[in-house]
Design a protein around this ligand. Structure first.
Ligand code: DGY
Length: 321
């Protein structure tokens, strides 16, 4: 008999087929919506493996219902949706999908930085609604990216990939991280600073740090006040790291110049969220890793790790401490 697993969303057919070859898999049928909690609570009771997404809360209460569970394979690099401590206590392996999404997420981060700096969504909207009457000296003017100072908060894989892109734009580079990265400093002429300096001298601040109880509200009213009035804040990590009320106020009164967010505290963000009324906010629906090739790689890697763990092989990316 094949081991039972549950998959919380429709996956590309070839990936699901790979799981079916080794496992007795049941999957939530909806391609666009997360599995309802009561269904997940029911489905998890007899499975050895759970293939889940960042939209699934895998908490203590859920794990209590899963006495046979051996592995939780998350199709994401971030895993703040999973209570890893509780899973570890129960001897359950937790895996994520780093590496395969690095370049794609760095591309999106830089694209969002450019779009926010040069007001691309606002300019496009201006043209489409027929407001464009003439070329005008200061019409839709933005901030220069080439040669500007970029401060990166969090120097993991995606931070490093962003540095390579910024280097091509001759940017002056600073970073803050829990640990220093001498090899990155040397290769890209990037300087380590504390948060205070990074915030006060950067023209662009990119948040790329993982979400945790320590990084929640890392950027709040005080930090936003430390930034330049011409500064642009970009967050492609997790929503709760930037306090949304403080950001709304800072953008409204001009404490900072603009922000680009790919992530929100609650996702999907409500369409009537105050932040979305601001012209100096560029907002995206959490698409950092959303290229066809990368999502295929992520879904395949998560499947491989699910199967490896179930069959007693060490999965490539274990996140348990
Ligand atoms: C992740 O992997 O954590 C991203 O947020 C989605 O790709």
């Amino acid at each position: 008999m094949k081991p039972k697993v549950y998959v919380t969303r429709q996956l590309p057919e070839e990936v699901l087929a790979i799981i079916h070859q080794s496992c007795d898999a049941r999957a939530w049928e909806d391609i666009d919506l997360p599995v309802p909690r009561d269904v997940l609570e029911r489905e998890i009771t007899d499975v050895e493996g759970l293939y889940c997404l960042l939209t699934d809360q895998v908490d203590k209460a859920l794990l209590e219902r899963a006495p046979r569970l051996k592995v939780i394979s998350n199709m994401a690099v971030g895993y703040n949706n999973i209570d890893v401590e509780e899973a570890t206590r129960r001897g359950i392996m937790v895996t994520n999908t780093p590496g395969v999404l690095t370049e794609t997420t760095a591309d999106l981060t830089f694209a969002l930085l450019m779009a926010t700096a040069r007001r691309l969504p606002e300019a496009s909207e201006y043209l489409r609604k027929g407001s464009w009457q003439t070329w005008s000296p200061m019409l839709l003017t933005g901030q220069d990216v080439y040669g500007a100072t970029l401060g990166i908060i969090g120097m993991g894989r995606i931070g490093e990939a962003l540095v390579k892109r910024a280097h091509g734009f001759n940017m002056n580079l600073l970073y803050y991280n829990r640990t220093r990265k001498p090899e990155v400093e040397e290769a890209y002429d990037i300087r380590y600073t504390d948060m205070d300096e990074l915030l006060s001298v950067s023209d662009f601040v990119c948040v790329l740090i993982p979400y945790s109880t320590e990084t929640r509200d890392l950027i709040g009213a005080k930090e936003l006040r430390q930034m330049k009035p011409t500064a642009v804040l970009i967050n492609t990590a997790r929503g709760g790291i930037v306090n949304e009320e403080a950001l709304y106020e800072a953008l409204r009164v001009g404490t900072i110049w603009a922000a680009g967010l790919d992530v929100f505290d609650r996702e999907p963000v409500a369409p009537d969220h105050p932040l979305l009324t601001l012209p100096n906010l560029v907002s995206l629906p959490h698409i950092g890793s959303a290229s066809v090739a990368t999502r295929m790689k992520m879904s395949r890697l998560a499947a491989d790790q699910l199967i490896d763990a179930i069959y007693g092989r060490r999965p490539a990316n274990l996140v348990n401490p």
